[in-house]
Design a protein around this ligand. Structure first.
Ligand SMILES: *Cc1c(COP(=O)(O)O)cnc(C)c1O
Length: 376
């Protein structure tokens, strides 16, 4: 069997161990420590956000973002349907109800028109506006976030950007994660940089992010004994994990460059195959191209997305269908949905190709060769 090629595997830059060693040498294994504080500062510098709290996961960050946005039991929260379940699960943790919205074809992210329709219809049906909106910058492609924020602002609905896949992506230089009231980053093992597991909540309000840190450390009040006036969580990132993150931030831009060049490689390699298409960036948009995705039009050639996926699997190469929309998931099947089949169609014929920043030229050549065998 040839060596396994993964969809997106961790890629250390080399300096991570220096930050970890410093933590060991100074016994800052626990509790929080200088790597945590510095990682938060460095994330702000990189993204342009004002404040950041680093946490155990992106999922935890969404949960705290919803709490800080004021989401309560019985509220409704609008979420992009075309995403990973972690975008929507924390809505349930809050005792709130998800309402799902379709994507548009230009970015594959939340459709502003469908969002507006959903907001107005929920108000009509329930007498209340949704308590928050969660758009996602999927696969690194920025959503139409200006339009989404304008709509939400006009109804005073807070926006929590799910930028878990889009660290470093931007529109005209303004980074994803700095548009909404809050934004979420993830440093899970398969993301563009990893702390082996982790996430961050970023935002403009110092008070809110301080409150996120408070809630994430068991909501301990200021007293010599353990005093609690709120329900807390154990969500803070360790000083060791933050050390990995600091090392990873040093190589983030080179990871983005490599992932973008993976996209260009595949695009060139399949340029003569009329049934394979790519999503290009709208003018002014810059995607980190976390994963390269293709759309396979089976009607043109008789070759389906799954034909390609299964053939790659035979060659020990990991690929994966695009995210299955949340409104199609058994667990969310009873939730309201507003849309017109954009994300359903993407799920039917889309495939994520191996996209790691540690892929070698010969890996890419091998993958492209196997896919091309179908067509030439
Ligand atoms: C990875 C991911 C998350 C969750 O992040 P974790 O750190 O794995 O909890 C949330 N949303 C999207 C879109 C993701 O891809």
């Amino acid at each position: 069997m040839p060596e396994k090629i993964y969809l997106s595997s961790p890629h250390m830059g080399g300096k991570e161990m220096d930050f970890i060693k410093e933590a060991f040498d100074t016994n800052w294994i626990a509790p929080l420590g200088p790597n945590v504080n510095n990682f938060e500062k460095e994330l702000c510098t990189y993204t342009g956000a004002s404040h950041a709290a680093v946490l155990t996961s992106g999922t935890a960050a969404i949960h705290l973002g919803l709490i800080l946005a004021g989401v309560k039991q019985g509220d409704e929260v609008i979420c992009q349907s075309f995403t990973f379940a972690a975008s929507a699960n924390p809505i349930i943790y809050c005792g709130a109800k998800p309402v799902f919205v379709d994507s548009e074809p230009d970015t594959w992210n939340m459709c502003p028109e469908a969002l507006k329709e959903a907001i107005l219809d929920r108000k009509k049906q329930t007498g209340k506006y949704p308590a928050a909106v969660i758009p996602v910058h999927l696969y690194g492609m920025p959503a139409k976030i200006d339009e989404i924020c304008t709509i939400c602002d006009s109804y005073r609905i807070p926006v929590i950007e799910d930028a878990a896949e889009a660290l470093g992506s931007h529109i005209n230089g303004i980074k994803c994660g700095t548009y909404g009231n809050f934004a979420v980053l993830s440093f899970n093992g398969n993301k563009i940089i990893t702390t082996s597991g982790g996430g961050a909540l970023i935002g403009e309000s110092e008070k809110d992010i301080a409150k996120a840190r408070f809630l994430a450390t068991q909501a301990r009040d200021n007293a010599p004994h353990y005093e609690h006036s709120h329900i807390g969580y154990n969500y803070r990132m360790s000083n060791i994990a933050a050390g990995i993150g600091r090392g990873q931030l040093l190589v983030l831009d080179s990871h983005i460059q490599k992932r973008r060049s993976n996209f260009e490689f595949y695009k060139t390699a399949f340029s003569d195959i009329e049934s394979i298409s790519f999503l290009d960036e709208p003018a002014g948009y810059f995607s980190n191209h976390w994963l390269t995705t293709i759309i396979v039009d089976e009607e043109k050639t008789g070759i389906s997305r799954d034909d390609i996926r299964l053939r790659l699997e035979e060659h020990n190469i990991e690929s994966r269908p695009l995210w299955k929309p949340m409104h199609m998931q058994p667990v969310f099947k009873d939730c309201p949905y507003y849309g017109s089949n954009v994300c359903e169609d993407l799920f039917k014929c889309g495939l994520c190709l191996p996209s790691g920043s540690n892929l070698k030229e010969q890996d890419l050549v091998r993958i492209a060769g196997i896919v091309r065998e179908f067509f030439v």
